[in-house]
Design a protein around this ligand. Structure first.
Ligand SMILES: Nc1ncnc2c1ncn2[C@@H]1O[C@H](COP(=O)(O)OP(=O)(O)OP(=O)(O)O)[C@@H](O)[C@H]1O
Length: 284
């Protein structure tokens, strides 16, 4: 098990994360917060690329920096800007990554074919990476991170730049990889993790806001989200969360303790919760 105990990370005088406590067990965790909230900082701390300013991170009770290479051997990491060689084929790139990770050659070939198949790239194995779409490249990145069959898989903004079809494929892939390992992925796009993350980790004001299931996070807003026709006059405490379409025309989703005139109650989704939680920041 991975635990984060009272971790604070400062860059000079700027505090990116303050007194964060988390415990991770096998399953999918979505780090969800607006840009600049500290998601990458936490992922880099978990990947041992940064040291906590205060606090500690433990794997099965031992500090990850003390464990060093032993811990890194358990870890698969896909950074936000994953670098690749455009003139390598997917198979060549995975061979290169396997050599860097000291995977025995005989073992590597079988593992590479298995992973290319898992990420849906078996047919493109011998095509150059420069011909790949963003989604295909991300899947190569995930295959690289999975080479050593890690017990902890860290994916930093893995869905950035993917089109809607690629996002669906990505969600299915994560689901398939999550059995029996900890998968932690960061995003600011709610729909990317709503259906695959068992637990959502939210940060606010650089502190942990909550770590809970999507259903429990949404339940906090039950009875407070309403749908009204666009153009409905709203009171000062009735806050527009989002705009949408219904069969009757354009509608608004509104956060309010009391129903606006002509409102129908709606079941809050994670997107509503996200917008409600970050409403003061005006940037969610
Ligand atoms: N090396 C650094 N020096 C100074 N400030 C930094 C450094 N790295 C990050 N920060 C600041 O720390 C805060 C958190 O950054 P971080 O990259 O962890 O956020 P994030 O939630 O991953 O955002 P994004 O989605 O934009 O990547 C930001 O305000 C950022 O400007």
């Amino acid at each position: 098990m991975l635990s984060v105990e009272h971790v604070t990370k400062r860059y000079g005088t700027f505090t990116a994360l303050e007194d964060v406590n988390l415990a991770f067990e096998p399953g999918v965790y979505g780090l969800l917060a607006p840009n600049g909230a500290g998601k990458t900082t936490l992922i880099k701390l978990l990947a041992t690329l940064l040291f906590p300013t205060e606090g500690r991170i433990l794997w099965d009770g031992e500090d990850i920096h003390t464990l060093g290479a032993e811990y890194r051997g358990l870890l698969g990491y896909l950074p936000q800007d994953f670098g690749f060689y455009p003139s390598y084929t997917a198979r060549q790139f995975l061979r290169y990554a396997a050599a860097l990770q000291c995977l025995p050659k005989g073992e590597a070939e079988g593992r590479i074919m298995e992973l290319l198949d898992t990420v849906g790239l078996a047919d493109a194995a011998d095509k150059k990476l420069k011909t790949f779409s963003g989604g295909m490249r991300q899947r190569v990145g995930i295959a690289v991170a999975m080479l050593t069959d890690p017990r902890l898989l860290l994916l930093d903004e893995p869905t950035a730049g993917l089109d809607p079809r690629e996002r669906v494929r990505f969600r299915n892939l994560i689901h398939a990889l999550a059995a029996d390992r900890i998968v932690i992925l960061s995003t600011h796009i709610v729909s990317d993790i709503e259906t695959i993350a068992g637990q959502i980790v939210l940060f606010k004001d650089h502190r942990l806001y909550c770590c809970d299931s999507p259903a429990r996070i949404c339940a906090q807003w039950k009875g407070k989200v309403w749908q009204v026709p666009a153009g409905t006059a709203l009171g000062p405490d009735q806050l527009v969360l989002s705009e949408g379409q219904s069969e009757a025309g354009p509608v608004l989703r509104v956060l309010s303790d009391t129903p606006p005139a002509g409102a129908v109650p709606v079941t809050p989704g994670l997107e509503d919760a996200f917008l409600a939680i970050y409403r003061e920041e005006g940037r969610a």
